[in-house]
Ligand binder design. Structure first.
Ligand SMILES: C[S@@+](CC[C@H](N)C(=O)[O-])C[C@H]1O[C@@H](n2cnc3c(N)ncnc32)[C@H](O)[C@@H]1O
Length: 341
C-alpha cells in the first residue's frame, strides 16, 4: 500500500531548490539522495555543530537498538514509523523482521522524495508486511485510519517518532499530537522518541538550528530541553534508563555510550489496565527488571524473566511500591535480603 500526492514543482511534488529535513539528514548520514540546496544546508550546519554527522548516526543506532528491543524482548510485532526519512541502512522493517519475520510495519512521511523512494522500504519478508503512507504527523487521525489497513490497532504497536517532533515548533501542538496518538494506542503499546536538544552543547546547537532554519521552507526546526522531551511521554511508563542522550539508551558498548550526540531519546509503554493480564508476557519483567545488558558485560544466553529488583518482604514478586522512588522499584542486594538502591 502506497498513498501518493499529485506532482508539484519538482516533478514529484518537491522543490529541489529548497532544503528539506529528510534530505539534509540524508547528507549528514553520507547518503546520495539529496540536492545542492540540501548539501549547502548540510555543510553550514556541520560548520556550526561538527558532531551533527555522528549524532545522526547515533540516532540510527538508537532506532536499531530500540526496534530490536521491542521485537526481541517486548514481543512487539507491528510498528508505526512516523517521519521515516529516506531509506538507509537498518530500516525499521529490516531490524524488526530480522528478529520476527512476521512483523508488520507502516512507514509515514510527508516528504514527496521519501515517497518517491518508498519502494526500497517495501521489501518485506514473505511472512510480514510493509506499507508506506504519504501523510503528516499533524493529522494523527488520518495516519491511524490508513495504518489500520496493515496493522491491527487493537493489538500493541511500537510507534517510532525519531527526529520528527522537533519539526513541530508549536509545543502545544506537539503535546496535542502526543495526547491524541497515545490515547488511540492499545494498552501495552510502546512509543520511542528522539528529539533535538537545546540543552546539550546549547550554543553550538542554537547556531546549528538557526542555520538549518535559514534553509528550510518552513523554518520549523526547534531544539527542546530534556524535561520538555520527557513531557512527551506523559501517560506512558518510561523504560529504563529514562530520557537520556540517545547514545546512552541501552548502549552496546562504553564507546557507543560516550559518543557525541545532540539528541534526547527514550522509550515509554502505555500501561495495561490494573485488572488485565499482560499479553506481552515476559515483556513486563523485561521492562521492570531490566533485561538490559550493561556495556562491557557478555550477552546473556537467555532473556531474564524474573524481576531483578525486589523488596525485603517474602512475597515474590513483591507488589509493594518503594516510597520516594518514581519507578517504585527495589533492588536485591544478595541472598534473600533486599536493600533500597
Ligand atoms: C531527520 S529525519 C528522521 C528520519 C528517521 N526517523 C530517523 O530518525 O532516522 C525527519 C523526517 O521526518 C519527516 N517529517 C518532518 N515533519 C513531518 C510531519 N509533520 N509529518 C510527517 N513527516 C515529517 C521528514 O520528512 C523527515 O523524513
Amino acid at each position: 500500500m502506497t498513498q501518493s500526492r499529485p506532482a508539484g514543482p519538482g516533478g514529484f511534488g518537491f522543490d529541489a531548490r529548497v532544503a528539506h529535513p529528510a534530505r539534509v539528514y540524508d547528507y549528514w548520514l553520507g547518503g546520495k539522495d539529496n540536492f545542492a540546496a540540501d548539501r549547502i544546508a548540510g555543510e553550514e550546519t556541520i560548520a556550526a555543530y561538527p558532531a551533527i554527522r555522528a549524532s545522526a548516526r547515533a540516532n540510527r543506532a538508537f532506532l536499531a537498538r530500540s526496534v530490536r528491543y521491542l521485537a526481541a524482548e517486548a514481543g512487539i510485532r507491528q510498528f508505526l514509523d512516523i517521519g521515516t526519512g529516506l531509506p538507509t541502512a537498518s530500516n525499521t522493517h529490516e531490524v524488526a523482521q530480522s528478529v520476527a519475520p512476521e512483523s508488520r510495519i507502516v512507514y509515514v512521511d510527508n516528504d514527496p522524495l521519501v515517497l518517491a523512494h518508498a519502494r526500497a522500504l517495501l521489501t518485506s519478508s514473505r511472512e510480514g508486511a510493509t506499507a508506506y503512507l504519504d501523510a503528516d504527523l499533524r493529522d494523527v487521525d488520518a495516519i491511524l485510519e490508513q495504518a489500520a489497513g496493515t496493522l491491527d490497532l487493537t493489538q500493541p504497536v511500537g510507534v517510532m517518532l525519531l527526529a520528527i517532533l522537533h519539526y513541530i515548533p508549536d509545543l502545544d501542538q506537539a503535546r496535542r499530537i502526543m495526547t491524541r496518538l497515545v490515547g488511540a494506542l492499545p494498552s501495552g503499546s510502546f512509543v520511542t522518541i528522539s528529539h533535538a536538544a537545546s540543552d546539550i552543547s546549547p550554543e553550538a546547537m542554537a547556531e546549528m538550528i538557526k542555520r538549518m532554519n535559514q534553509h528550510l521552507a518552513e523554518a520549523n526546526h526547534v531544539g527542546r530541553t530534556r524535561d520538555v522531551v520527557a513531557g512527551f511521554f506523559d501517560g506512558l511508563n518510561l523504560l529504563e534508563p529514562g530520557v537520556v542522550k540517545v547514545t546512552q539508551w541501552r548502549p552496546a558498548s562504553d564507546i557507543e555510550a560516550g559518543g557525541p550526540t545532540s539528541l534526547w531519546g527514550g522509550v515509554g509503554r502505555k500501561p495495561l489496565p490494573a485488572w488485565s493480564p499482560d499479553p506481552a508476557g515476559s515483556a513486563v519483567s523485561a521492562v521492570r527488571g531490566g533485561t538490559r545488558r550493561r556495556p562491557g558485560l557478555p550477552r546473556r544466553g537467555r532473556t531474564r524473566t524474573r524481576p531483578r529488583r525486589r523488596c525485603a518482604c517474602s512475597a515474590r514478586p513483591c507488589r509493594r511500591r518503594r516510597p520516594g522512588r518514581p519507578d517504585g522499584l527495589w533492588r536485591r542486594s544478595s541472598g534473600r535480603r533486599a536493600t533500597p538502591r
